[in-house]
Design a protein around this ligand. Structure first.
Ligand code: ZN
Length: 429
């Protein structure tokens, strides 16, 4: 009998402990409610901004956004008055390399980049992208493609030798690669369509293997992003239905070819410009737009870096102007642009490349709002995260940057950071 009573007491105490634990958890979660009030909210959807808006966050997610008069704030929420500062979705750099290191990703977060998408790192580094903090501090979310899918013996590793290749030689291997990458945690797939480095030729994915890969990836809701720098290879990518083109595909710009073109010319500046801005772009851009293919131009990492640069020579500046004009033309024609920089810590690139990229997009004719969409909604899409990132709307992860001033009035305010929120927590201020 005594034993029974003892057992009953144990059960009762255990139940009480469990109930108290759950009650505590509930209290704990509701205390993590945050209300950003009196903000100028640009939600990343392209809709008109909300002046005097409120964003309600619970745990890691956004639960409400709207005019302050329309959003009910629960009494227990931690209320933060933004005094008219601008609220945006966190910046996403959709094209970087070797960003597995959380120390590097902390530095990204400190300039407002709440997610990066790595488009080429060795397979054995993929695990490291899961690390979400460094010394207790939040770091930019590490989305990734993992290694780059290419043909056996193909680029980029045929030249770079950085253990970046994942080689497939048949449609069958292509289909097997997709579940393998998913198992490794890939957010998107990256392929390399390039068959020359200098004058040397290398194997490249053929049409059948490429199509098998893209079809299989799409059946598993994975996007395929293609490195394409030659205009002549763009149709191959588009006909296989790849989702995103990385870099601006260009005409043949080998130095020998250009020299030949301008050496005997009476108007060498114009001839060089015309060698870059060729009529074929008209139909190439139309094909991209018809296929709804997004472009990540990575201007700053390419010829764009010479634009209005004190260090560039006359010829480099002409080519850079051509690139800027082409991006403007693509955009006005109706093309979609996502922000990505090709940042690579091994290549001596500056951390604030994202802001330099924004400046170049502005030179190409994008408005501050267009640039914001390129760096939020569109970047989230090309990273395979349109569902949970890139916009301030209920259900999305609460990744938010707060700017001191309104960037729609003053574009230089795009980099005037006040605070960064990631996963619903203030990550930098
Ligand atoms: Zn790249």
């Amino acid at each position: 009998m005594k034993k029974r009573i003892l057992l009953l007491v144990i059960i009762l105490v255990a139940s009480a402990v469990i109930v108290l634990y759950w009650m505590n958890r509930r209290v704990d979660q509701s205390s993590k409610m945050m209300a950003l009030v009196n903000g100028f909210v640009i939600d990343g959807s392209g809709k008109d901004p909300i002046s005097n808006g409120t964003v309600l966050i619970q745990g890691s997610k956004i639960t409400a956004v709207g005019r302050s008069v329309d959003v009910q704030i629960p009494a227990e929420a931690n209320k933060i008055d933004l005094e008219g500062k601008t609220v945006l979705p966190g910046w996403i750099d959709s094209h970087v390399h070797n960003a597995f290191d959380p120390v590097l990703r902390r530095r990204f977060l400190e300039i407002g980049i709440t997610s990066v998408c790595d488009l080429g790192s060795p397979l054995e580094r993929m695990e490291e992208f899961k690390t979400d903090s460094f010394e207790g501090k939040s770091v930019a979310r590490g989305l990734k493609a993992g290694p780059i899918i290419t043909a056996p013996g193909g680029l980029p590793d045929a030249v770079l030798k950085e253990d970046l290749n994942y080689e497939i030689g048949s449609p069958n291997q292509a289909r097997q690669a997709v579940p393998f990458f998913l198992k490794q945690g890939a957010d998107v797939l990256k392929i390399y369509l390039e068959n020359k480095a200098g004058e040397k030729s290398y194997p490249m994915l053929n049409e059948n293997t490429l199509k098998a890969l893209v079809d299989e990836a799409h059946s598993k809701n994975l996007l395929v992003r293609a490195h394409v720098t030659k205009l002549s290879l763009l149709p191959l990518a588009l006909e296989a239905n790849v989702d995103v083109i990385e870099h601006l595909p260009k005409p043949d710009l080998r130095e020998a070819v250009l020299r030949e073109k301008i050496s005997k010319s009476k108007q060498p500046e114009k001839d060089l410009y015309d060698a870059m801005v060729i009529p074929e772009y008209e139909s190439a851009f139309a094909f991209m737009i018809e296929k709804k293919t997004v472009l990540v131009p990575t201007l700053r990492a390419g010829l764009g870096r010479f634009h209005k640069s004190a260090e560039a020579n006359k010829w480099q500046k002409i080519l850079a102007q051509g690139v800027i004009d082409l991006i403007g033309r693509y955009f006005r024609q109706g093309g979609t642009i996502a922000l990505g920089t090709d940042f690579n810590p091994n290549n001596d690139h500056p951390l604030d490349m994202l802001y330099q990229e924004m400046n170049l997009l502005r030179e190409a004719g994008l408005s501050p709002m267009d640039i914001i969409l390129a760096g939020t909604k569109n970047a989230a899409y090309v990273c395979g995260h349109a569902n949970d990132l890139g916009k301030i709307e209920p259900g999305k992860l609460a990744d938010i940057v707060i700017l001191e001033e309104n960037p729609l009035e003053n574009p230089s305010a795009l980099r005037k950071l006040h605070a960064v929120i990631k996963n619903g927590k203030i990550a930098w201020k």
